[in-house]
Design a protein around this ligand. Sequence first.
Ligand code: ATP
Ligand code: MG
Length: 202
Amino acid sequence: MSQQQSDAERHERRMTRKKQVVDERIAAASEERGVLILMKGNGKGKSSSGFGTMTRALGHGMRCAVIQFIKGRRETGEYRFFREHERVDFHVMGHGFSWETRDLEQDRAAAKQAWQLAEQLLKDESYNFLLFDELSYMIKYGHLEAERVAHAIAERPHHQNVIVTGRTMARELQVIADTISVINDERHAFRLGVKAQAGIEY
Ligand code: ATP
Ligand code: MG
């Protein structure tokens, strides 16, 4: 047998075994329900993953909503793009928290108001996908109670999917999450001196 043939056979055996394992896992994962996904860590890719997943839901005709809990410094590309979409309700938290405001009372009131809206969405079965972008900071800075947030998310409609982004995540959210991904900061162009740019950073 030539080297090429034996390589091909070995490859085929490996792939057959692999397929068997994958098929068994697929058969075992038979539950159908919405999931809570947490995107955390210091690297770039958390919010963009949330919006990327939302495009999948939209592609399947699903109804979606976004709440951005940190006020942007300028209009983001995602806001400009998705606010036009008939099946996306896009909310950017009013006034409130950004790195530039320092009014604790105002920040807290804005966070509470945005969370009230989130609780309404979490009771509305017509939404299949909710993105709570940068929600974790509201908990970290004490504007929202982790337990209240976790409770509302845990009680949501059975089929509803939720993604929460933010660098750090409260333990209460991690306990009820189905998927947790950590985006590591191995390198970032900003530290190489590259200016934040439209279409990449915002
Ligand atoms: P993105 O929105 O690009 O997916 P992100 O949601 O993971 O990023 P955030 O922590 O929300 O990251 O930061 C928001 C902004 O800061 C984005 O413009 C992002 O490109 C930038 N950024 C993210 N991580 C880093 C980093 N490690 N160093 C510098 N800038 C970063
Ligand atoms: Mg983000």
